[in-house]
Design a protein. Structure first.
Length: 256
């Protein structure tokens, strides 16, 4: 009985409709409907605000009015599964891309996904960075048999649309309109460095290199992959130095 009542209460809070008389009749006390509507509004407002904070450029593209309505339907279809607002919205990009009203904006889902990766990166756990001189102390044999572990805030993203250009232009970071082309698959590296969220456009070769490290490949295997796609030892050394400066790698013992 209590479980059923709690389930109905949760459904009522997340429903865009007023509380049903069948449910309010079960609640003791005066003005049950009015009191439930206050709870409904508070829950919906909190979740809608959380979604708007996570997807600001997505909201700008579709407009505030549409975004608020979409948020309400999403909240109903995908209620929170844990008591943490910073983790709410992971399913929103895919859900938004499936809505008939967004069919004329084929890049919208990827924009939202990029924004969600920024959220993930920002709220990722901290970890001890790998010292910049830790690799120079190793012999060649030791180096190729070493594994590098990416920092929790590191995210890799790739789309067939110029997502970073669209995001920057919509966010008014740049005045240059995005250039749509068939070869817009520029991988994005998202990470947090010194409490600042960063995004870099990287080559597909470097993205593949980082992906292999993410899959716990040895440096030697990741290097072979880079060399097989036209890279060089000098390029490898430069990229590793760049990554170490930005704390993209962490000490193994600091992994969660």
């Amino acid at each position: 009985m209590l479980h059923d009542l709690q389930k109905q209460f949760k459904q009522t809070l997340l429903s865009p409709k007023p509380p049903s008389p069948q449910f309010t009749d079960q609640i003791a006390g005066p003005a049950a409907t009015e009191r439930l509507e206050i709870y409904q509004n508070n829950v919906r407002d909190s979740l809608s605000i959380a979604l708007a904070a996570a997807f600001p450029v997505t909201e700008k593209i579709v407009g505030t009015r549409f975004f608020k309505q979409a948020a309400l339907y999403f909240i109903k279809a995908h209620p929170p599964q844990e008591a943490c607002l910073s983790r709410y919205g992971a399913d929103f990009p895919f859900w938004l891309g499936q809505q008939p009203q967004t069919a004329t904006l084929p890049y919208l889902s990827d924009i939202a996904l990029y924004e969600w990766m920024r959220v993930k990166s920002w709220f990722a756990a901290g970890a001890l960075p790998l010292p910049s001189d830790s690799l120079t102390k190793k012999t060649e044999e030791e180096l190729i048999a070493t594994k590098l572990y990416l920092a929790p805030s590191v995210c890799l993203f790739q789309s067939s649309f110029p997502i970073f250009q669209i995001w920057c232009w919509t966010h008014k970071i740049t005045e240059t309109p995005p250039l749509f082309s068939k070869n817009a698959r520029t991988p994005l590296l998202i990470y947090r460095h010194e409490d600042v969220l960063k995004t870099e456009e990287i080559s597909e070769r470097h993205a593949a290199f980082l992906t292999s490290l993410e899959q716990e490949a040895f440096i030697g295997d990741a290097l072979d992959l880079l060399l097989s796609t036209g890279g060089s030892i000098a390029e490898f050394q430069q990229f590793i130095a760049h990554a170490l400066q930005r704390n993209l790698f962490i000490l193994p013992l600091s992994r969660n």
